[in-house]
Design a protein around this ligand. Structure first.
Ligand code: HAM
Length: 423
């Protein structure tokens, strides 16, 4: 038996309505905020992520699905959404348009070779919003309020945004040196990964989940105490805007994020249920990335959120989404000879936008009724028999149990007026 690869998941017909519900909510919120959809390829040249996401990150070092294609080019399946969008901005000179350029991607497949566990998949799907050309903190505030609007609309509660500033190329090197000095004293107590991080990216030690490292990180100097004036003003500006909107947030100096491109603001929402400390979403500002990838100096800011984690959180918080009916009307053929007429009535209903089905498997009339009940149809339209000879059909309303004879044209009107069907 061939099974789906480890860490991947099928979305089956009985659950796809949940995905659509989440997607619709995201689309609406993004449109209200003036973001338009962008779709970029599932694979890119490996170099994009090495240069964009950063050579020292876990994603690039350990988690990428990289292979040589038949033309001997190194190709990587997208391990995150931002780098591809930045590449597209540069390649199509989108920065020449009126700024800011605001884009979202919806359920982009993302691939990371991680140890599969609850909430951690090898293929997951992200909704992300990216804004280019906006240096003001209102761009972050807009992203955060849109994100919260989506999650609140979905019914999620107890949401709190953790925000931090990790500085810029002016203030971060000074802080890095201080942090490294502090961490070096405890080098022997750090985990193997953090020992490596110490040299290449000491900030990442603050994010380590290993208990010993967490204890050391607790007393480490924090970036917030070392921000330059510009970064400090920016961060205060963001907080003032969030306060003005009564956004529930907490300044959390340990949010550093696992990708190298961030500058100034970073933020996460942590899941309230399920595995401890798992992020529901993450994002931040990346003012140097466009230039780093060969474009002009153009600030950027965005976030990504995993659809699978949203669905986990909805389920853990007991939020029920009503499943739409598959078909509202079942058109039954009284005998096999009535098939063409039944098919014709079904087609008329569908032409009016009413969800209708007919028999495809040669069921008896009784079995067709059973099937209609099983699919939760609200009406059965019987075609054929004596009514058929008179040019009529028989309509049974399965909610009221009423039954009457009418023309197929009147049946459409009756069904439209007496149920959710076709509304
Ligand atoms: P990230 O924090 O690596 O950021 O991922 C964003 C979100 O994707 C996470 O918060 C989580 O919901 C989901 N996610 C990540 N890894 C997995 C996984 N293995 N299984 C299931 N869900 C997962 C980024 O990718 C950045 N590109 C976000 C961003 C956009 N920053 C600026 N713009």
């Amino acid at each position: 038996m061939i099974q789906a690869p480890k860490g991947t998941k099928d979305v089956l017909p009985q659950e796809s309505y949940l995905w659509q519900h989440v997607e619709n909510t995201m689309r609406k919120a993004a449109a209200v905020a003036g973001y338009r959809e962008v779709r970029t390829p599932v694979f890119e040249h490996t170099e994009l992520f090495q240069r964009g996401v950063g050579d020292t990150t876990d994603i690039v070092q350990k988690e990428m699905y990289t292979f040589l294609d038949k033309g001997e080019r190194s190709i990587t399946l997208k391990p995150e959404g931002t780098a591809g969008v930045v590449r597209a901005v540069i390649e199509h000179s989108l920065y020449a348009d009126t700024l800011p350029v605001k884009m979202f991607y919806l359920n982009a497949p993302i691939f990371r070779y991680e140890k599969p566990q609850s909430g951690r998949l090898r293929e997951h799907h992200q909704f992300g919003m990216e804004c280019f050309g906006a240096k003001e903190p209102s761009a972050e505030a807009e992203l955060i309020t849109t994100l919260l609007a989506i999650l609140t609309e979905l019914g999620l509660e107890n949401l709190r945004v953790h925000i931090n500033s990790i500085g810029c190329p002016v203030c971060r090197p000074v802080y890095h040196a201080k942090l490294k000095e502090y961490l070096t004293q405890y080098k022997e107590q750090l985990c193997a990964d953090c020992k490596e991080r110490l040299d290449r990216n000491p900030l990442r030690v603050l994010d380590c989940k290993v208990e010993g490292c967490k204890r050391i990180a607790a007393d480490a100097p924090v970036m917030l105490d070392h921000l330059c004036e510009e970064c400090d003003t920016h961060f205060s500006g963001l907080q003032a805007l969030l306060n003005g909107q009564q956004v529930p947030f907490r300044v959390d100096s340990h949010i550093v994020r696992g990708l190298d491109y961030y500058t100034k603001t970073v933020f996460e929402i942590i899941m309230q249920s399920g595995r401890e400390g798992l992020a529901l979403c993450g994002g931040g500002r990346y003012d140097g990335l466009v230039e780093q990838l060969g474009g002009p100096a153009l600030p950027g800011v965005g976030f990504g959120i995993g659809t699978e984690r949203i669905l986990m959180e909805l389920s853990n918080q007991g939020i029920v989404v009503e499943e739409p009916s598959v078909s509202d009307v079942f058109v039954a053929q009284i005998t096999a000879d009535d098939k063409a007429d039944a098919f014709n009535v079904m087609q008329k209903l569908r032409n009016e936008g009413i969800k209708a089905e007919c028999d495809h498997v040669g069921r008896s009339l009784k079995a067709q009724f059973k099937y209609a009940n099983k699919i939760n149809a609200k009406f059965i339209v019987m075609v054929g028999g004596d009514e058929g000879l008179r040019g009529m059909v028989r309509v049974r309303n399965l909610t009221t149990r009423e039954e009457s004879e009418m023309t197929s044209g009147d049946a459409i009107i009756y069904i439209r007026n007496n149920g959710e069907a076709g509304k």
